[in-house]
Design a protein around this ligand. Structure first.
Ligand SMILES: *Cc1c(COP(=O)(O)O)cnc(C)c1O
Length: 391
């Protein structure tokens, strides 16, 4: 196989060039211009919501959600330990404290532990949950690798303890429930806020970019206002609040509109490629392809291979480096956020599954343009490497 098989690269097979050229020709390169509103409309239509606010990044989308959820200095926010760190940093931007709640077997927040923490470690009085004097204001739920979190369980706990729910759907555009109470509902549209990302490695990209959906139309409007420097007057510079320069540019949005035209096809390919990997690793007892949640249709953005750590004792670095020499790019799941330097002193509640999976998960090449031959090559090389290393 010639050349490196990359982990995840963007795919520009559609109208990307045409729309970006058009935006350039129009001269609308900044936050004004028709592509921004068009992308918002396309996203809203796809997700079956009233409206969306396009932002500079998923991180900005999460920060705006955090502000709108009313998270203030001195508050606490319940967050996941095993995900990309940008899901948690906005808590610190608001000078609040994260509290880490362990994941379930889908890598997403475990509603049982969430409930146990709220019931056993916190005080609930007059509709307010508090932890050692800190008001617990919100919960950040990440749909890790495009896998839907257990929203049934999480929404129940959140409603009971009056917590705002911020869904980090940055990896999960297109993931939706097919069964149960939320059948037909998309990741990012179930809680109070949903944040999406269009960074280079996400299922669609605008280079850098993101979007927010808010359940409450007024909150949606206020988020848009905050994202555009909080302007209160079209002619005079009047600002009644501290705003942010978080709105997406027209150039980014032009790329995004083209990518939205391909989203269904990208999801179909992600699904097909996942099934092929699963077929190829079937019966190979040193690994397990991790499944996606039942009762949902996932965008299957990233694929996770769980290694048998009783028999494969080598470090992830050794495994990743050995595969790199075979021209295959893989990666380890993230390091636990509660163990990272800025978060070491924060509360972490009953960490069991997050550290378990942190040691075991290897992510496989999953670009939408990967070929069947390449997938067979990846699976073959991984099998022969692991057979060599197994004890
Ligand atoms: C990508 C990602 C983000 C951040 O999105 P950006 O657009 O890169 O700012 C946040 N959370 C998770 C889980 C992500 O994967």
């Amino acid at each position: 196989m010639a050349g490196m098989i990359p982990l995840s690269i963007p795919n520009f097979e559609g109208n990307e060039k045409k729309y970006v050229d058009d935006a350039l020709k129009q001269g609308w390169v900044s936050t004004g211009g028709t592509y921004v509103t068009r992308l918002e409309q396309e996203l809203a239509k796809f997700l079956h919501v009233e409206g969306m606010a396009a932002c500079q990044s998923g991180t900005a989308a999460l920060h705006l959600s955090m502000i709108e959820a009313g998270v203030r200095p001195g508050d606490a926010v319940l967050v996941p330990p095993i995900t990309f760190i940008a899901a948690v940093n906005p808590v610190k931007y608001q000078f609040a404290s994260p509290i880490f709640i362990d994941c379930d077997d889908g890598f997403c927040m475990d509603p049982i532990k969430l409930r146990a923490f709220c019931e056993q470690e916190c005080e609930f009085k007059d509709g307010a949950l508090s932890y050692h004097g800190k008001r617990v204001r919100a919960v950040v739920v990440v749909h890790v690798f495009g896998n839907m979190a257990n929203m049934d369980g999480i929404m129940e706990v959140a409603r009971e303890f009056n917590l705002k729910v911020i869904e980090d759907a940055t990896e999960a555009l297109g993931t939706h429930y097919t069964e149960g109470r939320f059948a037909g509902k998309y990741a990012g549209t179930i809680g109070d806020f949903g944040a999406f990302s269009f960074n280079g490695n996400k299922i669609i990209t605008t280079g850098g970019g993101g979007a927010v959906a808010a359940r409450d139309p007024q909150a949606m409007e206020h988020i848009r206002y905050l994202s555009t420097q909080a302007k209160n007057d079209p002619h005079y510079y009047i600002h009644n609040e501290v705003g942010y320069n978080y709105r997406m540019t027209n150039l980014q949005a032009a790329l995004g509109v083209a990518q939205m035209e391909e989203l269904e096809e990208f999801i179909a390919r992600k699904n097909r490629n996942y099934e092929l990997y699963r077929f190829l690793f079937k019966g190979f007892d040193l690994v397990e392809m991790m499944p996606f949640r039942e009762g949902t249709a996932s965008n299957r953005w990233f694929y996770s291979l769980k290694l048998d750590r009783d028999r494969i004792r080598n470090s992830m670095r050794e495994i990743i480096t050995a595969l790199e020499k075979k021209n295959i790019e893989t990666r380890a799941i993230w390091g636990l956020i509660n163990e990272q330097e800025p978060y070491r002193d924060e509360t972490a509640y009953r960490m069991e599954k997050a550290p378990y999976y942190a040691r075991r998960i290897l992510n496989l090449p999953c670009s939408t343009q990967i070929t069947e031959d390449e997938i067979r090559c990846v699976a073959g090389e991984i099998k022969s490497l692991l057979k060599e290393l197994a004890q």
